[in-house]
Design a protein around this ligand. Structure first.
Ligand SMILES: *[C@@H]1O[C@H](CO)[C@@H](O)[C@H](O)[C@H]1NC(C)=O
Ligand SMILES: *[C@@H]1O[C@H](CO)[C@@H](O)[C@H](O)[C@H]1NC(C)=O
Ligand SMILES: *[C@@H]1O[C@H](CO)[C@@H](O)[C@H](O)[C@H]1NC(C)=O
Length: 427
């Protein structure tokens, strides 16, 4: 009797479980592709400030700006987490048709991608090629930074540079500079270098933050401004680069466009991979959050080591949806509420984000004289002034040439006339 009861209970539990699993699939549809953008793992400071008591390279476990063993372990763990989440998209055995990994062309991002893949693709069975190492090589692709407008976003874009300078001169940012002036002054005095911008505060913040992680005792003067006051400025510095739709479009638009186009291609049955992994920086993560329109709501902050954004393409009743998660801890990912919702139709994504998706990035980056507003500031308009002076000079020269030409022509005409007249007379 008891046995039957237990059996019945077991069946009921199983049925419930089945319903639960079924519901989950019903609610979420089927995952058919994903793109991941992540920040590298733990690193040493890129550049200590001049008065930094810890600026001696030998105090650190790795060369400045390099990934540390902690960073490698963080990404190895994250790679295992990705494997669990995306096991349905990528086979255990490496298959180049299923996945592509891209990294910015820097040591710490390349090494992070490699550490991550060590966790993602432990060799199994026939892929074990050497008993001495539980690892197999998986390709990581990269592009020189100056040529990479998609991930590193460091390819030259004059319109972007111009817009950013304009933003810094705007009343809003002038007010920020005014507000933060006492902190700039304080930092300039103690750090031993000129601090006069949001970005320069961020650089020092980042260094102090790392020293704190490494349990170095920070100098007494830092207590006044670190972490709170500097955190606010540092967080803002991560929003600045994509502060307006145009800045977002030219800085992060190419990456968002690539991700959405890959999804689009997937839904059209074109040959695309199931999983794209982009290994990059805190700025890449923050820029994408801001471009998606969620960074301010999350609270401006420095995306921590290994923080990542997950773009997932879901198929549901022959329709396609995108859901995006942000994960900046080792806990559960946070489902982002995009302007078009938490489960946004793919075609709606293109509409919602049309202002930040470039149509022809190269062209949009080219400054044209007509595009330039006339309220230019003196400092950043040096090159503009040069261009205008040059044009004025050319016009002036042109007028003179025209004048001389006219005079000569007239003289020719007159002389011809005379000649003809005289000729006539002579004839
Ligand atoms: C810093 O100190 C904490 C607490 O004692 C410890 O858990 C952590 O491992 C230390 N960090 C480093 C990098 O040594
Ligand atoms: C999508 O497919 C088109 C046509 O096959 C191709 O030209 C394009 O590069 C693909 N997009 C991406 C982002 O791969
Ligand atoms: C993680 O993101 C949340 C926003 O969702 C933010 O408030 C928090 O400060 C971030 N945590 C870290 C460690 O950066």
């Amino acid at each position: 009797m008891l046995r039957i009861k237990i059996f019945t209970l077991f069946v009921i539990i199983l049925l419930n479980l089945n319903v639960l699993i079924h519901c989950a699939i019903e609610n979420n549809g089927k995952l058919i592709a994903a793109s991941i953008i992540f920040r590298h793992g733990d690193r040493t400071p890129v550049e200590p400030y001049p008065n930094d008591p810890y600026k001696d390279q030998s105090l650190w476990p790795a060369h400045f700006g390099q990934l540390t063993n902690t960073g490698k372990r963080q990404h190895f763990e994250l790679g295992k987490w990705f494997r669990a989440r995306y096991n349905s998209l990528v086979s255990d055995k490496y298959n180049p048709d299923e996945m592509l990994v891209r990294s910015t062309d820097m040591d710490r991002t390349l090494m992070s991608a490699m550490s991550n893949l060590a966790g993602f693709y432990p060799p199994k069975d026939l892929d074990i090629w050497n008993e001495e190492i539980q690892w197999q090589p998986i390709p990581v692709h990269t592009t020189p930074e100056k040529l990479d407008e998609i991930l590193a976003a460091k390819k030259s874009c004059p319109v972007y540079d111009y817009e950013l300078k304009k933003l810094y001169k705007s009343p809003e940012f002038k007010a920020y500079d005014q507000k933060y002036k006492p902190i700039y002054k304080y930092l300039t005095q103690y750090a031993g270098k000129k601090v006069d911008s949001i970005q320069s505060v961020q650089n020092i913040y980042s260094c102090l933050h790392i020293e704190q992680i490494y349990n170095f005792t920070l100098p007494e003067w830092t207590k006044e401004v670190f972490p709170d006051k500097m955190f606010e400025i540092s967080g803002l510095s991560f929003a600045v680069k994509t502060y307006t739709p145009l800045l977002a479009r030219l800085k992060t638009g190419p990456l968002l466009k690539e991700i959405l186009n890959l999804f689009q291609n997937k839904t059209e049955g074109k040959k695309t991979k199931n999983l794209y992994i982009y290994s990059a920086h805190d700025t890449t993560v923050a820029n994408m959050l801001n471009t998606l329109g969620v960074f301010k709501l999350l609270g401006y902050h420095n995306p921590p080591y290994t923080s990542h954004i997950l773009f997932e393409l879901i198929e549901k009743n022959n329709d396609y949806f995108v859901q995006v998660f942000y994960r900046n801890t080792t806990g559960d990912p946070l489902l982002l509420n995009l302007p078009c919702g938490t489960l946004c139709p793919l075609n709606q994504m293109f509409k919602t984000y049309k202002d930040v998706l470039p149509i022809n990035w190269e062209e949009e980056c080219q400054l044209s004289l007509l595009q330039m507003p006339l309220d230019i500031n003196v400092e950043n308009s040096l090159s503009l002034m040069t261009i205008f002076s040059f044009i004025a000079l050319m016009l002036f020269v042109g007028v003179i040439v025209l004048f001389i030409a006219t005079v000569y022509k007239r003289r020719d005409y007159l002389s011809e006339d005379k000649w003809n007249r005289w000729g006539n007379e002579w004839n």
